[in-house]
Design a protein around this ligand. Sequence first.
Ligand SMILES: [Zn+2]
Length: 179
Amino acid sequence: MSQLARGEQETIGLLRELGVLEDINPTLLSDGVLVGCGDCDRSPELLNFYRGQLEKKNGKARLHLIMVNGGPLRLVHEEKGEHSAAIQEFLMNQIEGSLALKKLDRVILLGHGPCGQAGLWGMNIEATIAAFFEARDKVLARVKCEVVVPVHIDYDGNRMKTYHVDYPKWAAWQKLKEK
Ligand SMILES: [Zn+2]
């Protein structure tokens, strides 16, 4: 199973300090089409947290699942010989179709780190979060809906937590780094 590198742990600590990774506010959670990674070791925690919070809030949870290796990363990942464009189009089609089919208006791009698939592509946690936002922009450009980007962090196989990623704060941090 992949593990967070020490540098990545530090990045996550910094992102917590900066408020980029915030505790999930249950009042802001809602049903939706959830695009996530099918990781057999992590998907139960990924889903149970979200489902549990929604059930507590609404009495039930309507999460329409689209689970693939790498989850939201597949919406933007480009790789030669991997039919990336076709995969991206298929996923976008599934998202659009699911929103209409289930009369939902929100897309939840549920990322996780460390993600084995992201590791195979050589992406660290920062590159992974950046890609989640690329994926978010792509969905927003095509579909009329709300998009949220939560991320589940597995610190060491025991300690895990799902955070909301605050886009304005993330963008501000990226800008600051460019200087
Ligand atoms: Zn994964």
